[in-house]
Ligand binder design. Structure first.
Ligand code: TRP
Ligand code: ZN
Length: 474
């Protein structure tokens, strides 16, 4: 997509809107006229990097997931009760589900037909759904949930661990453990209940709403009231040492740590309240009802992920990683990218949070970090100048160095341009404007320009955000 964000933001936004709401595309059409009578919801949202992710024609408001897992044999049994609103008249619609056997689908209580084709589960309700109608679809499924290898070769989806399992969803892994509209642009609240052998614990997002034990099984229920992108959903099943506390401001802290990682992670995890409050001072009010962490073993995932409320860490995190994942609660989890092309808004800000933390702790200033990266960042990040942060070359690159490091450099250049006071106002205004929502790069550049109308951001956008090669400093 060619960009001219400064000159035609409205046109650019319109292009995104059309891509995300397009009616019938290739598969799944039953011949209805787009915009006319009921027709099939699109099988994907046309994301620039993951075109099949998500589905057209409806918007999910709530997922109720009732899951049971047996680590012996890796068997997951689930019922997903999904509340959604039709955004067009629908004769059928898709959910994303990768692997698993579907045994029954209902819509509004009536049994519905369904087909599977790759990650698309097409649901055919007995009667058409009217535009604007709120409906509930339930899916019963079971099987051995799969691990997905990402374009960048990391593993997500359902990961088996020494003592259970860990579900990680960025960018597309959540379709391995529940059917849904798996694209960041459709956020929803969640109730997740997980039944496991009674010697194990099941941890998820949000707050715990009780446990009960029966017949050698224990059920853990978790409630997420604030909107959550499905990639930020998790369940972690295994033996955990659980610590519950509150921050000085009364925010609940729930931390679950693999017993082998307890002593190595104790000192850093003790800083969660301090880091959360530091982040609030910088980025605005904490967006969720609880904080915390899940620490599994290093080999369980190999990377950290900003799962909502409580990020997952592969073994004891260092403080910078703790800061990075807590910063993601604002940048990614509360203000969520509209498409996977907007990833730099997550990673650039979370990386910049590390720079700010280091600066506030009396280490290198962000200006020094920027300059060191500009002068010889290629030594640590060989791909630093390989592509611009807002235009990764392909899906394998949405986690590349430019998205993180050069993304953070863009944020720093904005700070240089507007000065410190205006910068913190701008950041807090941004997180407030899109709190619990989704936002794209065009929204961000338009917002910055509107907040600082006397400054010129042309070079930052054209050369640093969208331009190829190593830019001159403005
Ligand atoms: N978001 C994670 C972090 O920075 C890293 C990550 C995990 C990631 N999976 C990904 C980034 C997939 C891009 C795509 O903490
Ligand atoms: Zn990150």
């Amino acid at each position: 997509m060619s960009r001219s964000v400064r000159l035609v933001p409205a046109a650019a936004l319109l292009a995104v809107t059309l891509a995300l709401t397009g009616c019938d595309s290739d598969g799944g059409s039953d011949g209805g006229a787009p915009g006319g009578g009921p027709h099939a919801g699109a099988p994907g949202l046309g994301d620039p990097y993951f075109p099949k992710a998500g589905n057209g024609g409806y918007d999910v408001s709530h997922y109720g997931l009732t899951l049971a897992y047996e680590p012996d044999g890796n068997r997951l049994t689930g019922t997903a009760a999904i509340t959604a609103r039709a955004t067009q008249a629908l004769s059928s619609f898709d959910l994303d589900l990768y692997g698993m056997d579907v045994t029954k689908v209902t819509v509004e209580g009536g049994e519905a037909g369904f087909d599977r084709d790759g990650q698309e589960l097409t649901v055919r309700p007995r009667r058409d759904l009217a535009k604007g109608e709120t409906f509930e679809v339930t899916v019963r499924y079971s099987g051995s949930p799969r691990t997905i290898t990402d374009p960048d070769e990391s593993e997500e989806g359902w990961l088996r661990t020494e003592d259970g399992a860990l579900a990680l969803g960025e960018p597309t892994g959540s379709m391995a453990w529940f059917p849904g509209n798996h694209h960041p642009s459709d956020k929803a609240s969640y109730d997740i209940a997980v039944t496991v052998p009674e010697e194990l614990t099941a941890v998820s997002n949000g707050e715990p709403k009780g446990e009960r034990t029966a017949d050698g099984r224990r059920t853990f229920t978790w409630h997420t009231a604030e909107p959550m992108a499905s990639y930020a959903a998790t369940v972690a099943i295994g033996r955990y040492t659980v610590t519950r506390s509150t921050t000085e401001n009364g925010l609940p802290v729930y931390v679950a740590v693999d017993p082998t990682q307890v002593s190595a992670s104790r000192a850093v995890l003790a800083r969660i309240p301090e880091v959360t409050e530091w982040a609030q001072d910088n980025f605005g009010p904490y967006p969720f009802s609880s904080t915390g962490a899940i620490v599994d073993r290093p080999e369980d995932s190999g990377y950290a992920l900003e799962t909502q409320n409580r990020p997952v860490h592969p073994g004891a995190p260092d403080t910078e990683t703790l800061v990075h994942e807590i910063a993601h609660q604002w940048f990614g989890d509360s203000v969520t990218p509209r498409t996977w092309q907007d990833m730099w808004l997550n990673e650039g800000f979370a990386t910049y949070a590390e720079w700010l933390w280091t600066e506030d702790e009396g280490g290198d200033t962000a200006e020094e970090t920027f300059t060191a990266l500009y002068d010889d960042g290629e030594e640590d990040y060989p791909d630093l100048w390989a592509f611009p942060p807002a235009k990764p070359t392909d899906a394998a690159q949405i986690s590349g160095d430019p998205v993180y490091q050069r993304g953070a450099m863009v944020i720093h250049l904005i700070r240089r341009t507007v000065g410190d006071d205006a910068f913190y106002d701008l950041v807090q205004g941004w997180t407030a404007a899109h709190r619990h929502g989704t936002a794209g790069t065009d929204d961000f550049t338009a917002y910055v320009e509107q907040q600082a109308p006397d400054e010129d951001f042309t070079e930052i956008w054209d050369d640093w955000l969208y331009g190829k090669g190593k830019p001159e400093q403005p």
